[in-house]
Design a protein around this ligand. Structure first.
Ligand SMILES: NC(=O)c1ccc[n+]([C@@H]2O[C@H](COP(=O)([O-])OP(=O)(O)OC[C@H]3O[C@@H](n4cnc5c(N)ncnc54)[C@H](O)[C@@H]3O)[C@@H](O)[C@H]2O)c1
Ligand SMILES: [Zn+2]
Ligand SMILES: [Zn+2]
Length: 342
C-alpha cells in the first residue's frame, strides 16, 4: 500500500510502498478515506528537536483520519466491517491507576498514533477496537477526518460551564476557531478570539465570534471596552502556545476566572503567579480528548447543528502531500485535508 513515511533522519516525508498492516488481537483494519494535517505532522516533517526524540524511524505518520472498517479481529463485537470510523490517536495502557479507574485520558503511558505506532497517512491503518469512534449519525467526511483536533477544542471548551459567560480564546488556529464555534453554540455570551494573523481572524469571524481581535494592533483591554465589559473574562482558553498570550489572558480575567490551557509552549516562561493567587484563578491543562465522553459530545454537537465547514480550507489528493504540507505550514489556512481515495 501507499503510505507517507518518515523514512530518514532529515527534513522531509516520503510517499512509499509499504506492507499492508496486519491486525492483532482486539484490533480492526481500516481503509483510510481522508486525513487531516496537524501541527505534530509538520514538526515530524521538519524533524525538529521534539521530532528527533519522539519518533523512531521508519514511521508511517498521521493521526487525524476517517475511514471504513474492512476487517475485525475475532471477538471484536462492537465494531463491524463497513462501519465509518474516526480514530482516537492516544493508545492507553489499560493497567495504570487512571486507566483502571476509567480515566483513560489521564493514562501515564500513552502511545501516540503516527508517533509511537504506525499512523493513518496510508491506505490502511490498524487500531484497537477500543480506540475507534463509530459514526452512527451522518457526518461530513472532511469533518469526520478532523475529529481528533475537534476533540481538543471540545475538551477545552467544555472544561468549565460557559452558559452566559464571557469567553476569551487566545489563538485563532483551527483548534481555537473550533473552540469558539463550540463556545457560541453552547451558550456563551461574548466570545472574543485573538490572533496576530488577519487571515485567521477573518476565518474566526465566519463561525460567529463576537469579536476577532488582532493583538498586534489592539490590547485585550480595548476589546473588553468595545464590548462594554467591566470586570474581565469568566473563562479563558489558551490555544496559541505563546507566553505573551497566556500572560495577557491572566491579566484580563475576572476574579475566580477559569482558564483551560491547550496550547503547547515550546519553552518554560514566567507568568504573574501573584495575580493568579490573588485573583483566585484556576488554570487547567488539557491534553487530548476524554475517552469517550468528548467523542460523544462532538457527535451530539454536530447533530445539533454546529457548523465546522469554515475551518476546512484546503483539500489535496494524497499524492500532492508536499503542497498540502506547505499550505498547512504557511498558516494562511484552516485545516488541510488529504484525500486517500483518489
Ligand atoms: N494539548 C493538546 O492535546 C494539544 C493538541 C493539539 C494541539 N495543541 C496545541 O494547541 C495549539 C493550537 O493548535 P492549532 O493546531 O490550532 O495551532 P496553530 O499553530 O495553527 O494556531 C496557533 C495560532 O496562534 C496564533 N498566535 C501567535 N501569537 C499569538 C498571540 N500573541 N496571541 C494570540 N494568538 C497568537 C498564531 O498566529 C496561530 O494562528 C498549539 O499550541 C498546539 O501545539 C495541543
Ligand atoms: Zn492532531
Ligand atoms: Zn494507563
Amino acid at each position: 500500500m501507499k503510505a507517507l513515511v518518515k523514512a530518514k533522519g532529515e527534513p522531509g516525508l516520503w510517499l512509499m510502498d509499504v506492507p499492508e498492516p496486519e491486525i492483532g488481537p482486539g484490533e480492526v483494519l481500516i481503509k483510510v478515506l481522508r486525513t487531516g494535517i496537524c501541527g505534530t505532522d509538520l514538526h515530524i516533517r521538519k524533524y525538529d528537536t521534539w521530532a528527533q526524540q519522539a519518533v523512531s524511524l521508519p514511521r508511517v505518520i498521521g493521526h487525524e483520519f476517517v475511514g471504513e472498517v474492512v476487517e475485525v479481529a475475532p471477538g471484536v463485537t462492537d465494531v463491524a466491517v463497513g462501519d465509518l470510523v474516526s480514530g482516537e490517536g492516544h493508545l492507553v495502557c489499560g493497567k495504570c491507576r487512571n486507566c483502571l479507574a476509567g480515566r483513560r485520558h489521564l493514562c501515564r503511558s500513552t502511545v501516540g498514533l503516527g508517533i509511537g505506532r504506525d499512523g493513518a497517512f496510508a491506505e490502511y491503518v490498524t487500531l484497537p477496537a477500543s480506540n475507534v469512534w463509530v459514526h452512527r449519525v451522518p457526518v461530513d467526511l472532511d469533518v469526520a477526518a478532523i475529529f481528533d483536533p475537534f476533540g481538543n477544542a471540545v475538551h477545552t471548551a467544555l472544561s468549565f460551564p460557559l452558559v452566559n459567560e464571557d469567553v476569551l480564546i487566545t489563538g485563532a488556529g483551527p483548534i481555537g476557531i473550533m473552540a469558539a464555534a463550540v463556545a457560541k453554540h453552547a451558550g456563551a455570551r461574548n466570545v472574543v478570539i485573538t490572533d496576530v494573523s488577519p487571515y485567521r481572524l477573518q476565518l474566526a469571524e465566519k463561525v460567529g465570534v463576537t469579536l476577532a481581535l488582532n493583538v498586534a494592533d489592539h490590547t485585550i483591554e480595548e476589546g473588553q471596552r468595545k464590548l462594554g465589559m467591566r470586570e474581565g473574562f469568566d473563562i479563558g482558553m489558551e490555544m496559541s502556545g505563546r507566553p505573551e498570550a497566556l500572560r495577557e489572558m491572566i491579566s484580563n480575567m475576572t476574579n475566580g476566572g477559569r482558564i483551560a490551557m491547550l496550547g503547547l509552549p515550546s519553552d518554560e516562561f514566567p507568568v504573574d503567579f501573584a495575580k493568579i493567587v490573588t485573583s483566585m484563578i484556576t488554570l487547567k491543562g488539557i491534553y487530548g480528548r476524554e475517552m469517550f465522553e468528548t467523542w460523544y459530545a462532538m457527535s451530539v454537537l454536530l447533530e445539533g447543528g454546529l457548523d465546522l465547514s469554515p475551518v476546512i480550507t484546503g483539500r489535496y489528493p494524497y499524492q500532492e502531500f508536499d503542497a498540502a504540507f506547505d499550505e498547512a505550514a504557511g498558516g494562511r489556512c484552516g485545516k488541510v485535508i488529504l484525500d486517500w481515495t483518489v
